[in-house]
Design a protein around this ligand. Structure first.
Ligand SMILES: CC(C)(COP(=O)(O)OP(=O)(O)OC[C@H]1O[C@@H](n2cnc3c(N)ncnc32)[C@H](O)[C@@H]1OP(=O)(O)O)[C@@H](O)C(=O)NCCC(=O)NCCS
Length: 197
């Protein structure tokens, strides 16, 4: 499918046009109303079949939401949240991707890819690298994401702990500021409640 237009803010096209064309909008969590957040949570929960906890959804807040809609139908979503990581021994500002989801009846039509391409543009302009945790490496590798090969850790106030169970799930997106980062080196994220990655 052709890439939908991307706007940072509320779509400005007429309601008639919006019914016909998928539109990608980028919104800050803080600019969303409670109702808008609930509607996005409903979209994400439907896509994950109830697998995603409230805590996982909380991890998707505090940054940007990329939302693909058609008319008043919310179809696809991904969040980009700022995190600091230690990669190959140096600190990097990471755009961490959460809650990538397309409503089941709209899947396999390119909407998730369109959202992830918009996510890639945000990562390239606002962060030193992108990072995410997934079991669906093929979906992201088509879009330029690379599997991390090195050991993963979480850093808390009391020290650094290995997260062996996450070693095979982390992917990164390089930006011009990541350049020669080697993916077989240690990768450390900061602690948060719930799943570290
Ligand atoms: C993963 C997910 C977001 C993908 O969303 P999507 O809108 O279906 O994504 P796309 O349509 O862009 O791509 C999905 C697949 O459909 C294929 N596809 C894309 N456009 C297509 C089209 N017009 N016709 C047929 N297939 C198409 C893609 O090649 C891709 O194949 P792949 O699975 O082998 O990579 C969606 O399946 C989902 O919400 N899953 C449940 C939640 C989840 O697992 N999220 C990711 C966790 S990390």
């Amino acid at each position: 499918m052709a890439a939908p237009p991307v706007s940072r803010g509320v779509p400005t096209r007429s309601a008639r046009d919006a019914e016909a064309v998928p539109t990608v909008a980028v919104r800050r969590t803080g600019d969303l109303t409670e109702i808008e957040l609930l509607l996005l949570w409903a979209l994400v929960r439907e896509a994950f079949g109830g697998e995603l906890s409230q805590e996982d959804w909380a991890h998707a807040q505090g940054g940007l939401h990329v939302v693909l809609s058609e008319g008043d139908q919310l179809i696809s979503h991904a969040a980009v949240v700022p995190r600091t990581m230690l990669a190959g021994g140096r600190p990097l500002s990471a755009g961490y991707i959460e809650a990538v989801a397309t409503r089941p009846k709209w899947q396999k039509q390119g909407h998730g890819s369109a959202v992830m391409r918009a996510v890639g543009t945000i990562v390239m302009s606002d962060f030193e690298m992108g990072a995410l945790s997934t079991g669906a490496h093929g979906f992201y590798s088509r879009l330029g994401w690379e599997s991390w090969r090195g050991p993963t850790y979480v850093q808390s106030a009391t020290g650094r702990t290995r997260t062996v169970e996450d070693d095979d799930s982390i992917m990164i997106l390089r930006t011009v500021r990541t350049y020669d980062l080697a993916t077989h080196t240690p990768l450390v994220c900061e602690w948060r409640s719930g799943d570290a990655w």
